[in-house]
Write a protein that binds this ligand. Structure first.
Ligand code: ADP
Ligand code: MN
Ligand code: MN
Length: 176
């Protein structure tokens, strides 16, 4: 008897506007994984401690999010999409993708979302200071963290293909 293939769990992270949700959705469709947008889950399941008016965002409750996701992650084949990553258990992920976008491209994307000035400035600074990449490198083994450029639709297509190939190789190697 062979045991069922273990499907890896993937984290897609990056500054807001770098393309996490769009890219994650495309990967999920391509490989039949479940895409979980943490921000959306937080709102739906009320995994927060109120709303931050200044930054117009929910104050996520890290413990509640981890408790909610733990049994789901055990199943494998999940793509978790979130702008932060330091509070997820390290053991959850087999691959951590950090999307990167040039500021000249990121700024108009955020503007188009009608983000207020505070939120645009916060996010542009976050990308310049490489906050998310550093958080990912501090939280996960270096060999599972992969930075991918996400400036154009062509980049996005390449990124989806890259992750799809990574999954195929992972599953073919029978890693557990
Ligand atoms: P995030 O989830 O990281 O905040 P989204 O996936 O919501 O980002 O993308 C923000 C906006 O930018 C969307 O309108 C999306 O279509 C666009 N976008 C994201 N990535 C790219 C890309 N690589 N090339 C062109 N447009 C992109
Ligand atoms: Mn998103
Ligand atoms: Mn955050």
């Amino acid at each position: 008897m062979t045991s069922p293939t273990y499907r890896p769990n993937i984290l897609v992270t990056g500054t807001p506007g770098t393309g996490k949700t769009t890219t994650s959705e495309l990967i999920a469709l391509a490989v039949g994984f479940q895409h979980i947008e943490v921000g959306k889950l937080v709102k739906e399941k009320q995994l927060h401690n109120g709303f931050d008016e200044e930054f117009q965002s929910w104050l996520l409750d890290e413990d509640k999010v981890v408790d909610e996701l733990e049994p789901i992650m055990q199943e494998g084949g999940k793509i978790i999409d979130h702008h932060g990553c330091d509070f997820f258990p390290e053991r959850w992920f087999d691959l951590v993708v950090v999307l990167r976008t040039d500021n000249s491209v990121l700024y108009p994307r955020l503007k188009k979302r009608n983000y207020n000035t505070n939120k645009i400035t916060e996010n542009i600074e976050c990308e310049i200071m490489e906050v998310v990449v550093e958080e990912a490198r501090a939280s996960y083994k270096e060999e599972i963290v992969k930075e991918l450029q996400s400036n154009s639709l062509n980049d996005m297509e390449d990124n989806v293909d890259w992750v799809e190939s990574w999954i195929n190789e992972f599953e073919a190697s029978g890693r557990q």
